[in-house]
Design a protein around this ligand. Structure first.
Ligand code: NAD
Length: 351
């Protein structure tokens, strides 16, 4: 089973590794392969895929430190230095094996090295499988701003196998679900009802989420219009992540997105788009399933400051994607800082 997005095939299940084997064989034996991964995925995931690689052509593994705090220029420079040191060529292949941090950063490193070398993604976290590994966005954080440096660039292929999730810590499984809830809230296919009832397997969740993301990314690859629906929850989430990056405190992307979903649903209600009933339902489901993000209310000004630097904004103000119902997103909504500040206060009072 596979989908294609931006000419990039996405292979599913363990069978996907058969395609990977063929893909590697077709590449020819003279091309170097580099595996970019992090310390956890090196331990838990690399042994599961290593046998797929031809024993005559052992790839060079580039292990990086795990976590968002290392999705930065230092780690990227380490990748480039290693590639240079090993005399990587323009036809070398990068294999990004890891969660969203690795696929974003490895994709970025590959997309600019020697003006771009081919790469593939093997996502190992739920968040990577439902969202980060497809859609052609790469990036790293810079000066505490999320994804400040990045490119639009597609891998040669993506190989999605939910077997990796067996070793994924529970908190990261939960974190990955936040993007699935976001997909469910911006798409009117009834996905939300299934997620609410907890009726779907990981396999179904991954496929359904990827279908929704693919549909929007294919229609609008460079995020000029409809793709912005995928930013629902993220204007708030990115400001929270920037705030915690600056403090060198760990916050999971999914927990930030869950907080963003609640605050932006509140803003949707306050702006007259979303009914109170829908707001209450969304709040109830998300609060029950995600770890609350705690910040002192006196730091809301700081959060607003981070938001002003967000690349989604322009001179005309803070740009949000809001909801007008469960399944209906409306893009390019400019909101006043004072209203956004109310949204943070609403969220903080929930705990
Ligand atoms: N490019 C996009 O379109 C896009 C979309 C959504 C999110 N993102 C980005 O994705 C990132 C978050 O991704 P994430 O939540 O996967 O974080 P992550 O890559 O840090 O992975 C989470 C943690 O789980 C570990 N891990 C991953 N797979 C594992 C496995 N199978 N077994 C054991 N441990 C495993 C990692 O080592 C890490 O410690 C953020 O930087 C976010 O900005 C990008």
């Amino acid at each position: 089973m596979f989908l294609t997005t931006g000419n990039c095939p996405i292979y599913f299940e363990k069978k996907g590794f058969e395609y990977l084997k063929n893909f590697l064989l077709e590449m020819g034996v003279d091309r170097q392969i580099f595996v970019i991964t992090d310390e956890n995925c090196l331990r838990d995931c690399w042994p599961l895929v290593e046998p797929v690689f031809n024993p005559d052509r052992v790839p060079m593994v580039i292990p990086l430190r795990a976590g968002e705090r290392h999705k930065n220029l230092d780690s990227t420079a380490l990748i480039w230095e290693t590639l240079l040191g090993a005399e990587a060529k323009r036809n070398s292949l990068i294999v990004n094996l890891g969660g969203g941090v690795i696929t974003d950063m490895g994709g970025f490193a590959a997309s600019v090295f020697k003006r771009g070398i081919p790469y593939i993604h093997i996502p190992t976290s739920l968040l990577g499988m439902v969202d980060a590994s497809i859609g052609g966005k790469t990036g790293i954080d810079f000066k505490s701003q999320k994804n400040m440096l990045g490119t639009f660039s597609y891998p040669e292929a993506v190989f999605v196998w939910d077997g990796f999730l067996e070793t994924l810590p529970q908190c990261h499984q939960k974190s990955g679900m936040a993007e699935a809830y976001k997909h469910a809230l911006i798409d009117n296919s009834g996905y939300w009802e299934f997620l609410k009832r907890g009726e779907l397997s990981f396999e179904r969740i991954i496929f359904k989420s990827l279908e929704i993301k693919k549909k929007l990314a294919d229609k609008d690859p460079k995020e000029k219009g409809e793709r912005k629906k995928l930013n629902f929850g993220h204007t708030i989430a990115h400001s929270l992540e920037a705030y915690f990056l600056e403090k060198e405190t760990e916050i999971l992307h999914g927990d930030a997105v869950a907080a963003g979903i609640i605050v932006e649903s509140y803003l949707s209600w306050k702006s007259g788009f979303l009914s109170l009933e829908c707001l209450e339902e969304i709040k109830g489901v998300i609060c029950q399933r995600f770890t609350p993000v705690v910040f002192p209310l006196q730091d809301v000004e700081l959060l607003l400051d981070y938001m002003k630097h967000d690349k989604k904004n322009d001179k005309s103000g803070l740009n949000f994607t809001l909801l007008d119902c469960v399944g209906g997103a409306i893009i390019n909504q400019r909101l006043d800082a004072s209203l956004v500040s109310d949204g943070f206060a609403y969220y903080a009072a929930l705990k």
